[in-house]
Design a protein around this ligand. Structure first.
Ligand code: PMP
Length: 361
């Protein structure tokens, strides 16, 4: 078997042990005579998998009792619609921190539903910095404040979250959920597409404080209303059963690895290997992001010319390091260092960066 080091931003690398378990179980699931993806989502076997994943997530992430965990479809992108459709209308407003490319998409959808006050706009600095969390104060009458925990394309990550008092704080945590411990009680709602740290694409996670369910727009069609999913234990309609099954295996893997403390420690190590390679390169590599807000998950960097970048990326790929080109909208390079990327992957990339700088500096 030949496994490359996979630096894709999502879908992204999964633990080999999880892939092997899926391979072993996909045709016949634990003596059932059929696959788990062929059985009814109402069967006791599936329900056990579904509920176990929720229990494990609650335990690993420290989700308090006053929150519901929902398994939805539609990606984090559907949440860009569902959040404003549930909590905003044409006569009300919300607040948003325009921190990067993903916040911009969330803003654009929210604006179709109601008024959006931009509390911080990082676009003039090309999304290279974040506001001081203490400066984030909700506007009068705001229904909620929306932030993006980690900007996957721009390589920015909040290190401390704002305190918005009684105004619900809603966070898109797609690209750094389960990468470090978080005080869930600071948020009214957390959402995330699964395809980075949780499992395969197809599943979207929503963690929502129960009182928010009472504020959902009752005129929405069934699927769009969070309350529908909370009432039905995310089984109102057919959930993405394969992704939930696989996410359950990833959650067990996190537990076996020692939980979030162990995962965080490894993530720190990987990120510092790459940032060190940048910082000790005498300007051969450059990270455009304000040092304080550098992302531990998506390290973006540039070389002096696009020709050098192209050459570097070509060599990396030939050496079995895939997914390193930056997002097509910004170019450059990006190393996504999600939970399942082994430390050896970051070591190998850091070494290549040093060797390449030496040969071309
Ligand atoms: N938010 C962030 C921070 C993301 O990184 C992404 C996907 N890369 C999205 C939202 C959109 O997610 P999806 O593709 O699951 O709709």
């Amino acid at each position: 078997m030949k496994r490359v080091f996979n630096f894709y931003a999502g879908p992204s690398t999964l633990p080999v042990s999880v892939l092997e378990k899926i391979r072993d179980e996909i045709v016949e699931f634990r003596g059932l005579g059929l696959s788990i993806i062929e059985t009814s989502h109402r069967s006791s076997e599936y329900e056990e998998i579904h509920n176990r994943a929720i229990v494990d997530l609650r335990e690993i992430f420290g989700i308090p009792d006053g929150y519901e965990v929902l398994f939805l479809g539609g990606g984090a992108t559907l949440q860009f619609s569902m959040v404003p459709l549930n909590f905003l209308d044409s006569s009300s407003s919300c607040d948003l921190v325009l921190s990067g490319s993903w916040a911009k998409k969330a803003m654009s959808d929210a604006k179709k539903v109601g008024k959006v006050n931009v509390l911080f706009d990082g676009s003039a600095q090309k999304f290279s910095t974040l506001p001081n969390p203490a400066e984030i104060k909700p506007s009068a009458g705001s229904r909620y404040v929306h932030i993006t925990s980690n900007e996957t394309i721009d390589g920015l990550q909040w290190q401390q979250y704002p305190d918005t008092g009684a105004v619900p704080l809603i966070v898109d945590m797609s690209s750094d959920i389960l990468s470090r411990p978080v005080d869930v009680s600071r948020f009214a709602m957390i959402y995330a597409g699964a395809q980075k740290n949780i499992g395969p694409a197809g599943l979207t996670l929503v963690i929502i404080r129960k009182d928010l369910l009472e504020r959902c727009n009752p005129n929405l069609t069934a699927y769009l209303n969070y309350k529908t999913h909370a009432t039905g234990n995310s089984l109102y309609n057919t959930p993405p059963v394969f992704s939930i099954y696989a996410a359950g295996l990833v959650l067990q893997w996190i537990k076996n690895e020692g939980g979030l403390p162990a995962v965080t420690e490894r993530n720190r190590k990987k990120a510092s290997l790459i940032y060190d390679a940048i910082d000790t390169s005498d300007g051969f590599y450059r990270c455009p992001v304000d040092r304080v807000y550098r992302s531990m998950m998506n390290v973006v960097f540039r070389l002096k010319t696009e020709a050098l970048e192209e050459q570097f990326l070509k060599i990396a790929e030939a050496k079995g390091m895939l997914g390193l080109p930056g997002h097509r909208s910004v170019g450059g390079c990006r190393a996504s260092l999600y939970n399942a990327l082994p430390v050896e992957g970051a070591q190998e990339l850091a070494q290549l960066m040093k060797d390449f700088a030496k040969a071309n500096g």
